[in-house]
Design a protein around this ligand. Structure first.
Ligand code: SF4
Length: 530
């Protein structure tokens, strides 16, 4: 016996096959529409709110139609005949219009009730925003269409590839999943339509005070140390947690964060990512499998873009703020060479050459009086251990960037470990590190140079012991604050032409990689600042 299909899934199919696919692979969004829809359904989802002649949350099943579902409300008339009343929140619609998807949904609910042996007298939609009830009389053609939609939904769910997004369609503007579907971004050209950003009011909570403990109580995250309360934040405003160094999280807080489909990233106090926790349920299980296959076989096209965008952004930052025009010219050449690189080995050669040239002149992006006053020296990257304050600051900001990219990669269901430039065999979060490359100069290097130039961090914020330079608590807070300003600040997207935050740009890049993997994105392009 074939599996029964949820009626809500068939309604999504009637709205847009790709929407049904996104729902099926577990993509959820927290847009205003979704929040309003959930809120509007709270009474309808509560069977204890049933009264005589009006039942709520009535489960239905039809093996003939091949569907299962739940009626929001079923009303009984004097003859005990039933009317199905579906509740719809349509906050972006001016008028209470019954769409084809709604007709299909009530047709299947009524058909299933009839199959279960109940007399059905009619169907209606109650528009919660408009406080308006609209009767929906059905014809045999509606039932026929409903059956066809069930079959089409089964095909969508069984398909290997994701259905392509609708092209330039008005419906997308009303779709709650536009921010994860990205229908307008697929052609990698300017976007004229408004984009719905995931949730601009939420933020990343960085926990930095050594020896403190964070826990959840009455819907708020509280942080305390030695009995003193250091801070309290409403949990619904939190988009993710980043824990720096020796900070304890209560298991209740970890559970709550994961339950809300958010993630936690733990970093060492020098910014190195040491681990992360992700919810058990994540979207795109199928594409994730394909990601592993693609990672195993290699995708040089993706790797080329990661490196070319990285080198391009190094050149732009150096052109804007430094004093090394010949190096900028050479970096532009290397950027072009990266796009033609025949192998990963060649790409690594180009990347290494570009990095050596760029960092050789990195100090020219700092104000000479700051360099002199703080006695700063720098010519080469030293990762672990850092040998000087600039390297220590860069390491720390690259850690912050990796934490954000990890969250973006996990949020769209990809596996941080299966990469295309970095080797997955090195047991590092290879895909997150691949994507970080594009953002290093534009975000992290920019934060570090600004922080030194503006006096937000000083040489005295670092200590050097036996050749290892460490960032102190004050410097760490200053860099986190500069970094947060940078990633939550908006800029004009170089490709799509709309204003986005850097955080959102990270998620878009991760979703473009996902599109290449699920077959809806013809090619990938790295983000290059101008
Ligand atoms: S945004 Fe458009 S293409 Fe994407 S799921 Fe929604 S309606 Fe379909």
């Amino acid at each position: 016996m074939s599996e029964l299909i949820p009626i809500s899934m068939v309604a999504h199919q009637a709205f847009c096959p790709r929407r049904a696919w996104l729902e099926a692979v577990g993509e959820t969004t927290d847009t205003h529409q979704v929040a309003v829809g959930v809120q509007a359904h709270v009474p309808a989802d509560d069977p204890s709110g049933s009264r005589s002649r009006r039942y709520r949350a009535v489960d239905v099943v039809s093996h003939d139609l091949g569907v299962v579902g739940r009626c929001d409300t079923v009303e009984l008339d004097d003859d005990a005949a039933m009317t199905v009343v579906e509740h719809k929140a349509t906050p972006v619609r001016r008028r209470p219009e019954v769409t084809e998807a709604m007709r299909v949904q009530v047709a299947l609910l009524a058909g299933a009730l009839a199959d279960m042996g109940y007399p059905v007298a009619g169907q209606a939609i109650y528009f919660t925003n408009h406080h308006t009830r609209v009767d929906v009389p059905l014809t045999p053609a509606d039932m026929e269409l409903a059956r066809e939609m069930v079959a089409a939904t089964a095909r969508t769910l069984a398909a290997e590839d994701a259905p392509p997004p609708l092209e330039d369609h008005r419906r997308c503007s009303r779709c709650s999943h536009i921010s994860v579907c990205l229908p307008d971004e697929r052609p990698l050209a300017p976007v004229t339509r408004r984009i719905v950003v995931a949730d601009p009011d939420t933020q990343i909570l960085h926990l930095t005070t050594p020896g403190s403990r964070a826990y959840v109580t009455r819907g708020r995250i509280e942080v305390s140390k030695s009995g003193e309360k250091l801070g309290t934040y409403p949990i619904e405003r939190v988009q993710g947690l980043v824990v720096h160094g020796n900070v304890d999280l209560s298991s209740g807080l970890i559970r709550e964060v994961l339950w809300r489909s958010l993630s936690v990233v733990w970093c060492t106090s020098s910014g190195r990512v040491s681990g992360w926790a992700r919810p058990a349920q994540g979207p795109n299980g199928g594409p994730r499998l394909r990601q592993h296959v693609a990672s195993h076989h290699g995708r040089i096209d993706l790797a080329r873009q990661f490196v070319a965008a990285k080198v391009a952004n190094q050149a732009t930052l150096l052109r804007r703020h430094g004093d090394a025009p010949a190096t900028v010219t050479r970096l532009r050449e290397l950027q072009r060479e990266a796009l033609e690189a025949p192998s990963l080995t060649d790409l690594f050669g180009i990347e290494g050459d570009a990095a050596a040239r760029y960092f050789e002149h990195f100090l020219t992006m700092l104000k000479p009086r700051v360099v002199a006053a703080e006695e700063l020296t720098f010519s080469v990257r030293t990762r672990r251990p850092a040998r000087d304050p600039i390297n220590a600051a860069l390491n720390f900001c690259y850690g912050l960037l990796t934490a954000d990219m990890l969250r973006a990669v996990v949020a769209c269901g990809l596996d941080p470990h299966a990469g295309f430039l970095h080797s997955s065999g090195r047991n590092k979060p290879a895909l997150a590190l691949d994507l970080v490359e594009e953002f290093r100069a534009a975000v992290a290097d920019s934060v570090v140079t600004n922080a030194f130039n503006n006096g937000e961090i000083r040489a005295r914020d670092f200590s050097t012991v036996l050749g290892t330079t460490r960032l102190g608590d004050r410097g760490r807070r200053a860099l986190i604050s500069g970094y947060e300003r940078r990633v939550t600040g908006t800029f004009r997207h170089p490709l799509f032409g709309y204003d986005v935050t850097w955080l959102r740009a990270m998620e878009i890049q991760a979703r473009l990689v996902l599109g290449v993997i699920d077959g809806t994105q013809p090619r990938y392009q790295g983000i290059k600042i101008r």
